[in-house]
Write a protein that binds this ligand. Sequence first.
Ligand code: ADP
Ligand code: GLC
Length: 482
Amino acid sequence: MNILFVAAECAPFVKVGGLGDVVGSLPPALARLGHAVRVFLPHYGQINDERFGIRRYDEFKMAWNEGIANVQIARIEREGVSFYFIRGWPFFAPHEKFVYSADEGIDVGRFLFFSMASLELVRHLSESEGWRPDVYHANDWHTAAVPFLLERVYATDRILGKASTLLSIHNMQYQGWGVGWHLARAGLPEVNHPLLRVMDKTENLMAIGLTYSTMLSTVSPRYAQEIATPEGGYGLDGLLHARLLHLKGILNGIDTEQWNPATSRQIAAPYDAGSLSSRSENKQALQSEMGLPVRANIPLIGAVMRLVDQKGPEIMFPAVRWTLEGNDAQFVLLGAGAPHYEHAAAQLQQDFPGKVAVQLGFDEPLSERIYAGSDVFLMPSLFEPCGLGQMIAMRYGALPLVRDVGGLADTVDDQTGFLFKDYQPGALHFVLGQALEMYHRNRQGWQIRQQHAMQRDFSWQRSATSYLDLYRQTIELRQAYA
Ligand code: ADP
Ligand code: GLC
């Protein structure tokens, strides 16, 4: 099957969160199963072309904003997948050192351009290389215009017409508002779908994608249920109800080669489920690196997260504060995000010298040392479409303590970690207390949980097969309506 991914992030080239991990590892997993997979990405200025060997490949012209845009394509082959990087003035210029702008309105314009240029690139590749997708796999609001453009602009196109599209929802909270002005300016058709009009969502890119895509998926079965409720739908649950038959929840995997404590070169002492005692060396190395007292037998609580409402810092800071007031424990946090949460993190560090170490910023090697060195890994999310942190933590034998929502509920149980329900600092504090109690009083039980956690299979193999089934279903459904 020929599969095309269009997405805003893809590790290792560019990653802000889990979307980057997924787009970095699902395509190679599909390629390993014998499929021809291509990934189109924006050629952000911050991508390090030299490091990855990304080379100029081609260019073509495209009508845009009452003029002609020169679209430049760079390319690289990696793990059996072809990656194409798209740039076109003034979008994704080499000097532009950000992935997302602080202004969503600007991003709506940038990603609309990217979506349109992606389709023109398909046309171009079909002529130059004879390649065209059997299925277009768009991801989140950034590329949700792809199914819309295929229907409204290219319906009768010889190459792009009658396309089968899948839109994966990685996060329902981000939707991309205000596309009408950009469509008009680019000379593209307006959004006139009756359902979107009635629901007053013609400006909302996620809503547009949900309406026009042949099939929909999200990144865990539990989240598929949650987004169809008023609490989880962020205003789009009504729209989703019209499409429930076409929505599927497929759990993400993790790249088990990249995230492997037995072979990692980032951590002090590699280990596996059979050599858990080596973890203690990693813990002490982490304590030392973070400037905490080096003590092998003190419980170390770790967290790696975007510091945004979704991840629950609002309940995490008070709960950790109460825990540290009454316990001999340490807390290590790596994160970046909203200034008020970064400030709260710095305050916590100030209030608990020798117990709390905070690193603000994005640092993948350090994240790995936290997974390898923590005893408990916190993810107290308000909502969590899938979550990769808890799966990586389990692979490294750090027991996840998570809220019972979304993909966290689908991946963690009381054999491998700890769960709490209410979105309250008290509920998190209570379960964290139980975890510390177990750490001190039941070492054997703790180790059994670590072993269970490390033995769970979170590889992409299983999910890649589910995606293939879904692609087939998508193609059949599209043909039925052709
Ligand atoms: P989300 O995509 O919502 O941020 P996920 O749990 O799906 O949440 O994925 C987060 C990914 O980003 C994980 O691989 C995690 O280790 C990584 N990550 C998050 N924040 C940081 C950070 N500050 N530094 C390094 N890695 C981070
Ligand atoms: C989003 C979600 C996260 C999910 C990731 C990859 O960033 O917040 O839960 O794991 O996408 O699908």
